[in-house]
Ligand binder design. Structure first.
Ligand SMILES: [Zn+2]
Ligand SMILES: [Zn+2]
Length: 286
């Protein structure tokens, strides 16, 4: 399968001269499976340009898998062209909530006064599904699973397996909440550990520097040290740092990456993987 990054900014779109190298659009990852099927992971503002491409290709079916409903993962949905046509059958998946259906929760945003048209009047009439969380399931001919992870509100990480290759997507995740040093706990107690274990490719939250994290404990995101250690403990082969803070410029991100490499090579966890910063337009063969 092949992954393409359409948005890797966290929290709020941050376009401008300081973010041209890594991009300002919020979370959206396109996954093209070897069998030709298309999965869209999150619908942040990056979904707008992906939608233009998919409308042209008009695949028979598109599955949009939402990790959670924070706006930076959802606000591109209203501008995702396949939502406005009937060329592709559209399915939208997201974590269940005991309070309201997925459709009703998405309609909180896709309805007046926040959006001009109510979700129920949108031409594609997407089918909504609660993401199964206790079992593996099959979608588009591949195996999927979703794990509840530590982040405010119902949030999952997705694991997609095709022909023995695995991609895991956890853009918003705070594995260290209440823990401190991740190396000090049995890894099986770590949020997200089983879901990420042994992944060939992991896209993971890397929002804060270690210094910033000190002021943001409980906000649901990872420090540079957390993302690196988490990926190493989970024996991930290739780590892609994503959900870049909107306040971080391209130069800030490159400084963060220097620190990440230092930890990757020298924090004492045995591993032999690779690490990189996600950027808009990046393509990864899994
Ligand atoms: Zn987010
Ligand atoms: Zn979030």
């Amino acid at each position: 399968m092949k992954a393409k990054v359409w948005g890797c900014r966290g929290s709020l779109a941050a376009p401008g001269p300081d973010t041209v190298r890594y991009g300002g659009n919020t979370s959206c990852l396109e996954l093209t499976l070897d069998n030709g099927a298309v999965l869209v992971l999150d619908a942040g503002t990056g979904a707008r340009s992906l939608g233009l491409k998919l409308a042209e290709e008009a695949p028979k079916r598109i599955d949009v898998l939402l990790t959670h409903l924070h706006l930076d993962h959802l606000e591109g949905l209203g501008f995702f062209t396949p939502l406005w046509t009937t060329a592709s059958e559209l399915h939208i998946w997201g974590p269940a909530s005991p309070l309201k259906s997925l459709e009703d929760r998405i309609a909180t945003y896709l309805s007046p006064p926040l959006f001009p048209v109510h979700l129920s009047a949108i031409p594609s009439h997407p089918t909504f599904h609660d993401t199964p969380e206790d079992e593996e399931w099959e979608l588009a001919g591949v195996r999927l699973s979703a794990q509840r992870i530590s982040h405010p509100g119902p949030t999952v990480g997705y694991r997609v397996e095709e022909e023995g290759r695995t991609l895991v997507y956890m853009p918003d995740h705070e594995p260290a909440l209440g823990i401190g040093d991740l190396r000090g706990v049995a890894p099986e107690w770590l949020s997200g550990y089983a879901g990420a274990f042994g992944a060939d490719v992991l896209f993971h939250d890397a929002q804060y520097t270690e210094e910033e994290y000190g002021h943001k404990v409980g906000w649901g995101h990872s420090s540079t040290e957390h993302v690196v250690t988490f990926a190493q403990l989970a024996k991930v082969r290739r780590l892609f740092m994503t959900h870049h803070d909107p306040l971080h410029t391209d130069d800030d991100l490159e400084a963060i990456f220097v620190r990440a490499r230092e930890l990757w090579d020298g924090n004492g966890v045995d591993h032999d993987g690779e690490i990189a910063l996600a950027y808009e337009g990046m393509e990864v063969e899994v």
